[in-house]
Design a protein around this ligand. Structure first.
Ligand code: U2F
Length: 548
């Protein structure tokens, strides 16, 4: 069946159910963005022309909102707790619905079981049952619940039909059970042996995973004009709804207060939180549309290091603010910061919001060393003098998100891809074999030459990275994106998340034996990583030029 774009979201709102504060927040957002989604669908429809889109039957099981996993988020929605996840799930639901797919939504174990056809109370169902869904979007909590309640069907379908929404991402070394166990990459999140692209992130962290994203509210020309006229050049909003974020920031706030009127949206019960100085105008936690209005008046949105990688800086930039944030030196990661400890990634954050720093940058984003008070003060003064227009990267617009998820749904096929190679068995024959003296061009031509491969072979180029440099960065240096997902085989190959690589002493080439361990993110000073890079669409890094 052909999928047909939908522009009326009232049935989706019914499907989303009710009761929990988290669902109420999500539904309000979806309702507010209806016109924006409808316009985006119309534009994408024109762009895609008559291209065939298969209608899929999709189950969305939001595990972290189930009582069975504790649902710690819902009670904090109105109290300054994280909203980023709710923003993202609301937008995922809208995307799938607007694209015209068949949709079921579950936020409890009981609903999950009934949708999967598992009789309640059966516990671990031993039977392999036909799955009534082509695709299941869930999160780590939901994955665990499905493992417990789908019995053998889980083994059969998880590596193929499931997509895991995973804010910060899961690197290949942590995903592969045997490798994680042998090399110290085991975490409490598990090692699921999925195709790393089945994990879908909030920002395009590493191309090992798929970039899901979310959307930010868009302004029309009239609104942009109004903003240009209505900005108060001396108004700053501090990033952070929880009082703890303000702790120990008196020095910076004092400097900022010399130049600007400081506003906050910190949750409080009856009294002003002691962490927020008296000279700050605190509005309390605002409903999302009022928060947007505040950003429209402000010149500066300032981050003090937490929360990491949330939606708010994109909203601020989309509303014409400059985002000022702290450079992290040394970088924050699961090795040195409590928040990331135990998360299945070694990614290092060189600032509070690396996407804003690397993909947007000046004049919208300033990343400075806050410990250097001169640099900090100079940045504030310079920002007050700069004129910036509202900016939203295409990939965070409704059309951009629809386009990307459309491409994934139609082209990403993990059902055909190989799983991990059982011990003793040979990896499947692959076109990704590197002759020791092959040039990067020959290598690229061999790569991904299978018919129907996505991304297609001609979008790929291979590069040898400098020692200590990860493929993600080596590709970006050349205006390309790392794309490592092609299975590989060679008698000299080994299981190592740093391969394929080249080592200077002895000029040795090392090939990857385990397809699931191809990692764009990995680096070591011992090796030059061999990096398959691909081209990408400007403003839509998840897709290659010919990926639509
Ligand atoms: C991130 O979660 P947060 O919820 O802390 O992310 P924010 O960037 O603060 O923004 C989430 C939304 O909160 C809204 C705002 C954003 O869309 O419009 N909001 C609001 O409604 N009222 C207000 O007064 C202020 C903001 C991240 F997304 C999560 O994945 C992480 O778990 C978390 C911790 O790093 O950070």
């Amino acid at each position: 069946v052909q999928a047909v774009f939908r522009s009326n979201l009232s049935h989706l709102l019914e499907l989303m159910g009710s009761g929990k504060e988290s669902l109420i927040f999500m539904k309000k957002r979806t309702k507010r963005l209806t016109a924006q989604w409808a316009l985006a669908a119309q534009r994408l429809g024109q762009k895609l022309g008559s291209v065939w889109r298969d209608q899929k039957q999709i189950l969305v099981h939001i595990g972290f909102l189930t009582e069975e996993s504790g649902d710690v988020f819902s009670p904090r929605v109105l109290k300054g707790g994280p909203l980023g996840e709710m923003v993202q799930w609301a937008d995922i639901l809208a995307t799938l619905y607007v694209l015209g797919h068949g949709l079921r939504i579950t936020v409890s174990l009981k609903e999950l079981q009934s949708n999967l056809g598992v009789p309640p109370g059966r516990g671990n169902c031993p039977l392999t049952m036909p799955l009534p869904f082509d695709l299941i979007y869930t999160d780590y909590h939901g994955l665990q619940q499905m493992k417990q309640h789908m019995g053998l069907s889980f083994k059969k379908y998880s590596r193929c039909r499931i997509r895991v929404i995973d804010t910060f991402g899961t690197e290949p070394a942590y995903n592969h059970e045997e490798y994680a166990t042998l090399h110290g990459y085991r975490t409490n999140w598990g090692y699921w042996n999925l195709n790393p692209k089945q994990f879908m992130t909030m920002f395009p962290h590493t191309p090992d995973n798929s970039f899901m994203g979310f959307v930010s509210e868009e302004l029309n020309e009239t609104e942009k004009q109004l903003i240009r006229g209505g900005k108060a050049s001396n108004m700053a909003v501090v990033y952070g709804k929880e009082a703890s974020i303000w702790e120990g920031k008196d020095k910076f706030l004092g400097v900022l207060n010399k130049y600007m009127e400081i506003h906050g949206t910190v949750y409080y019960e009856s009294q002003r939180p002691p962490e927020v100085p008296a000279f700050v105008k605190n509005h309390g936690l605002l409903p999302q549309p009022e928060f947007q209005q505040l950003l429209r008046k402000a010149k500066l949105f300032i981050g003090f290091g937490f929360p990491y990688e949330g939606p708010a800086p994109l909203e601020a930039i989309a509303n014409g603010c400059v985002f000022l944030q702290a450079r992290f030196s040394p970088p924050h990661s699961s090795l040195n910061h409590e928040f990331f400890r135990g998360k299945p990634t070694s990614r290092e954050l060189f600032s509070q919001h690396p996407y804003a720093e690397n993909f947007i940058g000046k004049p919208h984003v300033w990343t400075v060393d806050y410990n250097n008070s001169e640099e900090f003060e100079a940045a504030i003064k310079a920002i007050m003098r700069t004129q910036v227009d509202p900016y939203l990267p295409y990939e965070y617009s409704c059309e951009g998100m629809l386009e990307r998820i459309h491409a994934y749904i139609q082209h990403q096929d993990f059902c055909a891809a190989p799983g991990p190679v059982p011990p003793g068995a040979r990896a499947p024959q692959s076109p990704f074999v590197l002759a020791p003296n092959a040039t990067h061009l020959e290598w690229a031509q061999n790569a991904s030459s299978a018919p129907g491969a996505w991304p297609p072979a001609h979008s790929l180029r291979a590069w040898l990275a400098a020692a200590g440099r990860a493929c993600t960065d080596a590709c970006l240096d050349r205006g390309l994106i790392c794309e490592l997902q092609v299975p590989c085989d060679s008698t000299e190959s080994e299981m190592n998340h740093l391969y394929p690589a080249f080592a200077q002493p002895g000029r040795e080439c090392f090939l990857q034996k385990e397809p699931l361990l191809f990692s764009c993110a990995a680096s070591s000073t011992k090796y030059h990583r061999l990096c398959p890079c691909r081209d990408f669409r400007k403003g839509q890094v998840a897709l290659c030029q010919d990926c639509l």
